[in-house]
Ligand binder design. Structure first.
Ligand code: BT5
Length: 248
């Protein structure tokens, strides 16, 4: 295999040199009853973003999906996404990258002072369950690790282009350790997230199927929704309703 993923993290690892989408494989494992499993790949040929968008995932990246079965309500699931974004940003920072979080699900590297950024990582969260309780949740972060930015869509960056290649085994180990810590202490997620957020304090435009909102991003709620101060007062946007968020 391209990477030896013998980890000490409290998850078992299923590694693939190449796969369609780690989230698809993780969903399959989840529906068979698996938990605390991580599907990892060097390359994905059918990587997925949110809202049926494509995710480019050439060899050299860190493409993974975490399967867990937490005792939480679906409304708390966005906290799992935030927890993984904190874990990803921390692992990237330890590798020397100036990683920050762009609400709701991106880890980015700021460029200049005006809120612009390049995207280092995105997260796709999927789940199944009842209205009051999640059955399983799959959180899938993709990180542009040891990849030339030329091989990625415009607006992307990679760990290689920021600081040089990273030890992927160590990176994944740190990401999973951090995630494991926050999933057992969900109240700590939002405070940790705020410290790394690029979005807070920015004037932003959020596009939703139901229309756009422009204003200053002032906070996230305890379930991970973004609070925006507009001319007409405060509005709250759930992560799932956000199609695009841009600084304006
Ligand atoms: C995301 O979607 O940012 C979630 C991406 C999740 C990918 C991981 S990899 C492991 C797991 N398995 C999967 O199949 N998926 C997850 P979204 O917010 O919709 O952003 C998608 C947009 O980001 C695309 O429309 C492109 O513009 C851009 N993009 C695509 N590939 C990229 C890349 N490698 N780096 C940066 N930007 C990219």
């Amino acid at each position: 295999p391209a990477v030896e993923y013998e980890l000490e993290a409290p998850f078992s690892i299923e590694y693939h040199d190449s796969i369609g989408s780690t989230n698809d494989r993780a969903r399959e494992l989840a529906s068979e009853g698996a938990t605390d499993v991580v599907v990892l790949a060097d390359e994905q040929v059918g990587g997925r973003g949110r809202l049926e968008r494509e995710w480019s995932a050439p060899s050299g990246g860190v493409w993974l999906s975490i399967v867990t079965r937490p005792d939480i309500a679906p409304a708390q699931a966005p906290l799992y996404t935030l927890a993984v974004s904190v874990a990803t940003a921390r692992a990237a920072r330890e590798a020397g990258v100036d990683a920050r979080i762009k609400w709701p699900n991106d880890v980015v590297v700021p460029v200049g002072e005006d809120g612009e950024y390049r995207k280092l990582s995105g997260i796709l969260t999927e789940m199944e369950g009842e209205t009051d309780r999640v059955d399983w949740i799959v959180v899938g972060p993709g990180i542009n690790a040891n990849i030339d930015t030329d091989a990625l869509p415009e607006g992307a960056t990679s760990i290689r282009d920021e600081v040089g290649d990273v030890d992927r085994r160590r990176f994944v180990q740190r990401l999973l350790e951090e995630f494991d810590r926050y999933r057992t202490d969900l109240e700590a997620v939002v405070p940790a997230w705020r410290e790394l957020a690029l979005t807070l304090g920015q004037r932003v435009r959020v596009e939703r199927a139901t229309g756009e909102i422009v204003g200053e991003a002032v906070d996230v709620t305890e379930s991970g929704a973004l609070v925006i101060e507009t001319e007409d007062g405060q509005e709250t946007v759930a992560a799932g309703d956000c199609e695009h968020l841009r600084p304006v």
